[in-house]
Ligand binder design. Sequence first.
Ligand code: SF4
Length: 359
Amino acid sequence: MISEREAAKYPFLKEAVALVEVLNLTLDDLSDPSHEKVLDRAERRVSQAILNGKTETDLGDSITELLSFPVANMFVNVMAEDFLDRRYALSEAVRTNALLEDESEDRIAKMARNEFDWNLRLVRERLDGKLYRFELRFGDYLRNAASFREPKWKLVNRLMREGYVLLTKPEAARLLQEEVQRRVYGFVSKHTRLNLPEPLRNKVDSLGKLLDENRSRLTGGDMPAEVRMDAIPPCIQHAFEGLMAGKRLSHMERFALTSFLIHAGMEIDDIVMLFVSVTDFDESFTRYQIEHIAGLRGSRTRYTPPTCATLRTHGVCYNPDGRCQRVKHPLSYYRFKVRDFQQDEEDKQVEPSNTNTEH
Ligand code: SF4
């Protein structure tokens, strides 16, 4: 049986979730002033994710800490922002990673095996100046390290033995972070519609405001008023040109292109016309799909384009250029390129007057 303190540290564990479930708390219960501290802590969990990208653990009151997790999940769920889902899940996972640093190897192994079905063995070997404490079956390793860019995570650079990859303790914790992130993302990304009582609704509203105030800082800068087609990344350019050439795009290409253009500021009508004018798509069906992606229908989630890693997995990443090496998301590519263009244009405007002053 898990202790309250342990559940508060790792509230995503099955036993911790079960511990909260037996309390059978309703939305009305949570609105009661006796749960004010839980709501405040839940709000702080989400605001820390928005502002810092890392949630801090607060074990001063274990039960408040534990209960605040599902409440924070509910806030994120209701806010229905794909971007926030990912940021919040990452923040909780980073928090977990920090805690795992102080855990024993046995504790880490127990979590890895019981919660995430890792095929993991404890070892103790010092090789090349590193202390290896685990051997992880390579399938489990790949599932979690596949999206890492640092060369040290590439399988060719790993020490392997009979299908097991050797890991140091921080490396095992880093891979577990990926599992935790996926699990938390699963908790928050369903986007349930709930009729929240006022105290909870007020928290969601103020978090929505905080997210809006910080959105452009977090996503790499403001978008220009008009879509700058000269700044779109190669993958989107390729999908766009394919569409214009009458090619039937894959589902992922259509989704990436549509969600990208929505975020880049193209009017819904214009996106609909792009598809309808070059394909035989039914206009009302196409419009419905585009409005769904824009968050105007259905779950009301405004979908962000997939990350570069996802696009690579689906074969949509096309001919990446030098700038692609420095980004993980097509929208970051776009924002940085737009910013560079704007900087160049400002520099050009300044140059003539400098020249005049000199003469
Ligand atoms: S690296 Fe990213 S932005 Fe560049 S082409 Fe591939 S998916 Fe697009």
